[in-house]
Write a protein that binds this ligand. Structure first.
Ligand code: ACO
Length: 430
């Protein structure tokens, strides 16, 4: 017999709800009939106790510090696979064999260019526009160019839209950077790997030959793998909510990018690096930590803490290793900010304020330092995150569209405003 949870309230009233079991992780109480059975809603700002969907893509155990994509630990994927392999896994559910991988890579590479008219879109932005502002606009505008992949009920359209998004995001992110720099856009070079091609579009110019450094390509590829999906976070939930109305995938991903931009989410690595710059020196750490602990200061230790991880974020460990590799390759082993970050991490991990609240470094604590060493400007960090997360967003969007249980997303509320009252004529109002 299936398990039930019983809710009792008021004067001995009770209602029963089924308990659902996932393949791993906590059980879930199915409250879909709560309102019809009790006349009440749940109240859960920030959805800390609310599951919005079933999903078979990513599993996180925040207490143990475990992250699995389709069952595979992030630690194995990050060292044994490349980003497009992981993208295939996230999207299709299984790792590709050689033939599937070759076909997938070829299909993605065939879509790396953007429509020439789309490239001219950038001219409408100020040169100093934040790249995320350009990305929200340009990715949303893809829906004005690719009408042949907008029918969300046609599985083939959904496949083409997904490939287009995964293939074109590096091109668009690099264009946002080049536009800021006042340099010409670089066309993709499809003989390069996905990540090497992105570095080419970022750092090559028409006047000089550019050969991406394999150690740095591998580091950036790892950043992309670590950011590819993270189950129902704010931006992914935004993509799902936007998509639940039947909106096209390009518009939904643009909504995800807008959400990701916030400093509590994708903007955190930019904020973490800015914080390190502000602290400036190891001797200033105690004073900074004191301000973080002062609740009235409004200062947070950026790159620390996570809604789900109450243990060391497994991605932060990998990012720390990558940080060492990149700095060694570039002869920056004594990098000032890296040393500062290590000292800050050590102190924070021993301090009772952070220990008692289970605040550990998250992936953003180190990814900013790595990206800075790669030559990526701070204001593009979140754009790189968006590039990687597009894989997760589009896989989650597709899962939602294919799920017969999904409905338009529509949270309820606890109304605390005025009760019914009559309009008083203007002359009689206080
Ligand atoms: N610095 C100092 N104190 C913190 C921090 C931090 N970074 N994060 C949480 N706390 C404190 C809170 O003030 C709170 O203290 P209290 O219990 O005394 O009131 C306690 O720890 C619990 O924190 P919450 O805010 O309830 O945790 P929540 O899950 O809502 O927030 C979040 C998670 C938004 C990530 C938060 O930790 C934060 O703002 N961190 C800094 C920003 C950051 O690094 N974001 C990246 C997230 S990862 C990503 O998007 C890839």
């Amino acid at each position: 017999m299936s398990e039930k949870a019983t809710l009792t309230w008021g004067n001995g009233r009770a209602a029963e709800f089924p308990v659902l079991k996932g393949s791993v992780g906590p059980d879930v109480i199915d409250i879909r009939t709560l309102y019809s059975e009790t006349g009440m809603f749940t109240y859960d700002p920030g959805y800390t106790s609310t599951g919005s969907t079933k999903s078979a893509i990513t599993y996180i155990d925040g207490d143990q510090g475990i992250l699995l994509y389709r069952g595979y630990p992030i630690e194995e994927l990050a060292v044994q696979c490349d980003f497009l392999e992981v993208a295939y896994l996230i999207k299709h559910g299984e790792l590709p064999n050689q033939a599937q991988y070759d076909d997938w890579v070829m299909r993605v590479k065939r879509h790396t260019m953007v429509h020439e008219q789309l490239a001219r879109f950038f001219q409408g932005f100020r040169r100093d526009a934040h790249p995320m502002a350009s990305l929200v606009g340009v990715v949303g505008a893809l829906s004005a160019f690719y009408h042949d992949s907008l029918d969300i009920n046609d599985p083939e359209h959904r496949v083409i839209a997904a490939i287009r998004l995964i293939a074109k995001l590096p091109t668009i992110v690099a264009m946002a950077y080049k536009y800021n720099m006042g340099q010409p856009f670089m066309y993709p070079r499809n003989e390069l790997s996905y990540t090497a091609n992105f570095m080419h579009m970022m750092f090559a110019t028409p006047c000089e030959k550019y050969e991406p450094n394999p150690v740095l390509v591998r580091a950036l590829d790892r950043i992309l793998i670590l950011h590819a999906d993270h189950e129902q976070n704010a931006s992914t939930s935004t993509v799902r909510l936007a998509g639940s109305s039947g909106a096209n995938p390009f518009a939904c991903i643009a909504a995800g990018i807008a959400c990701l931009w916030g400093p509590a989410h994708g903007g955190a690595n930019e904020a973490a690096l800015a914080m390190l710059e502000r602290i400036g020196d190891v001797s200033k750490i105690p004073d900074f930590i004191a301000r973080v602990k002062d609740k009235n200061s409004g200062v947070k230790l950026m790159g620390f803490g996570h809604r789900v991880y109450k243990h060391y974020d497994p991605r932060a460990k990998l990012m720390r290793e990558t940080c060492y590799e990149v700095l060694a390759e570039l002869g920056l082993a004594n990098d000032r900010l890296f040393k500062l970050a290590m000292a800050l991490e050590k102190i924070a991990l021993e301090d009772d304020y952070f220990v008692s609240r289970k605040l550990y470094p998250n992936v953003d604590f180190y990814s900013g330092i790595v990206q800075r060493a790669l030559g990526i400007p701070t204001n593009l960090f979140t754009g790189i995150f968006a590039l990687a997360r597009t894989v997760g967003w589009i896989a989650q969007w597709n899962e939602m569209i294919s799920d017969p249980e999904q409905k338009i997303g529509r949270p309820r509320q606890l109304y605390t405003g005025a009760t019914r009252r009559d309009v008083v004529p203007m002359g009689k109002r206080a």
